[in-house]
Design a protein around this ligand. Structure first.
Ligand SMILES: NC(=O)N[C@@H](O)C(=O)O
Ligand code: NI
Length: 162
């Protein structure tokens, strides 16, 4: 099947608001701490962690680009948020759809800079990590625990982006 081409928009807090939060210095609420030696960029996102025996965990993902760039599935985590913060400088694509019943017509694609993170709301449909560069490292904050926390939906036709 010929993939549908998604237009890509720059990642901004307002455009991304239906899907989650953008983790970035620009526009953040910040204040000095530690006697003024440190600036705290406060509460950039909120972690949700629901269900039985659940913990918030911190992981590192070393991701590789999707080649060819053809997306045939998306996923969601109904029991918890999931945050990705790049720390090797790679830009990455963020392809999402609103929480709830999956609507393929509501899919949106963003290009995130290497200094922007994202925190997907619990239940936000998203593509698995799509870095632009090889060996792209991300700090990931998400939920570990009992229960089904990864629902998958197949894209027919698949999607690509430009
Ligand atoms: N499966 C996993 O831990 N990663 C995905 O959830 C992802 O969004 O990349
Ligand atoms: Ni995920």
């Amino acid at each position: 099947m010929t993939p549908i081409v998604l237009p890509v928009q720059p990642l901004t807090p307002s455009a991304f608001a239906p899907f989650g939060e953008v983790l970035a210095l620009e526009g953040a609420d910040s204040f000095p701490i530690n006697g003024g030696r440190t600036q705290r960029f406060h509460a950039l996102g909120r972690v949700r962690c629901l269900g039985r025996d659940a913990n918030v965990v911190l992981s590192i993902f070393r991701g590789q680009p999707l080649v060819p760039p053809v997306l045939d599935l998306m996923e969601r985590h109904p029991l918890g948020s999931q945050a990705f913060m790049p720390f090797s400088g790679s830009a990455y694509w963020v392809i999402v759809a609103p929480p709830g019943v999956f609507d393929p017509d509501a899919i949106q694609a963003f290009l995130a800079r290497g200094d922007q993170g994202v925190n997907y709301f619990a239940g936000t449909w998203h593509a698995q990590l799509l870095p632009c560069d090889p060996d792209a490292d991300f700090l990931v904050v998400d939920r570990d625990g009992a229960g089904q926390n990864c629902d998958i939906v197949r894209l027919k036709p698949p999607r690509t982006w430009c």
